[in-house]
Design a protein around this ligand. Structure first.
Ligand SMILES: Cc1cc2nc3c(=O)[nH]c(=O)nc-3n(C[C@H](O)[C@H](O)[C@H](O)COP(=O)(O)OP(=O)(O)OC[C@H]3O[C@@H](n4cnc5c(N)ncnc54)[C@H](O)[C@@H]3O)c2cc1C
Length: 283
């Protein structure tokens, strides 16, 4: 349970961090909250020669507004995202999902950007970012680039972040006043999602006018349920109508089979959870 020895650097700016990454070659790891990386190092599933800790870069932490976008720094801890009034006002779905991550200890150490860069398919922040059309700002030696959520999550634990790059912030289009719910299914409290459904929507007079829906742990990357979104538009927020609109939500998905449940069980769960999530979001 003791990691292999490594050189440790704690830069105070993004520029310094990028320079350290460039100088350290291939065998280097970025450290954020350490909630996923440290267990990997302790189990010696990875043994980098260099670790670059982003924890002292203040510019990477915090939530701010920039016109029509909410900007969340990569090093913002989960508990700050969950309790931020701007997030509550403009991206309620992120608050609802972040509140379900692990336990208070993990939520105080783990970071928004770390969870997204880690890209565990069972992670709870990926689907909400996809549903909200978030954009990921990635810095490298050549400058910064912005990647849409649909292109950011590429495969199992794989994102668009290349070697030598750092995720600096996530830009979330404001969904001001939209209602939201994250329906997570796990066997015990404070656990990863077996399946979860992220929903944010607008409704008027008991009718859903617009909805955004995405699925957690129903494949190697989060899945946007565009057919369900279209079917929900204009539908009365009643159990029967919503059940009908989301009935096909698991069609075409290839969820994993493991000790928590096989693929068919997960497809069934997704349908049940989607109905619950939409009805809860609609109030
Ligand atoms: C007991 C336990 C239960 C958990 N339960 C849940 C859960 O229910 N739901 C959930 O979603 N998550 C859960 N997590 C994971 C948690 O959300 C972690 O915070 C997250 O996975 C990793 O974030 P971190 O900041 O700790 O990143 P780290 O562990 O420091 O890093 C993770 C990976 O991302 C890379 N990385 C980190 N930041 C950047 C960056 N800015 N740019 C480029 N690469 C970067 C690192 O190099 C590393 O490969 C749990 C963790 C634990 C320990």
């Amino acid at each position: 349970m003791i990691p292999a020895a490594f050189d440790y650097h704690a830069p105070t700016s993004v520029e310094e961090a990028l320079r350290l990454l460039a100088e350290s070659g291939d065998d280097v790891k970025v450290l954020a909250g350490g909630q996923s990386l440290l267990p990997v190092l302790k189990l010696r599933l990875a043994a980098p020669e260099v670790v670059v800790d982003l924890g002292r870069i203040d510019a990477l932490r915090g939530v701010r507004e920039d016109g029509e976008a909410l900007v969340i720094g990569a090093m913002t801890p989960h508990h700050e995202v969950a309790s931020d009034p701007l997030v509550q006002q403009h991206a309620l779905l992120l608050r609802e999902a972040t509140r379900t991550v692990a336990d208070p200890q993990v939520r105080h150490r783990g970071t928004f950007g770390g969870a997204l860069a880690h890209a565990d398919p069972a992670g709870d922040l990926l689907a909400p970012c996809l549903a909200l059309d978030a954009e990921f700002v990635i810095a490298g030696q050549g400058g910064t680039r912005t990647v849409a959520a649909a292109d950011f999550f590429q495969d199992y634990f794989t994102t668009a972040i290349d070697d030598g790059e750092i995720l600096t912030e996530v830009r979330v289009p404001k969904h001001t006043g939209w209602r939201a719910h994250y329906e997570k299914f796990s066997r015990v409290a404070q656990q990863w999602s077996i399946v979860a459904i992220a929903v944010t929507l607008r409704s008027e007079g008991g009718t859903i006018s617009e909805a955004r829906v995405a699925l957690t742990n129903m494949g190697t990357v989060p899945i946007r349920a565009t057919a369900a979104e279209q079917a929900l538009a204009g539908v009365a927020a009643t159990p029967e109508a919503v059940a009908q609109a989301v009935a096909g939500i698991a069609e075409g998905t290839e969820p994993p089979s493991d000790l928590n449940g096989d693929a068919d069980y997960r497809r069934h769960l997704a349908t049940v959870l989607a109905r619950r999530a939409v009805l809860a979001a609609a109030g």
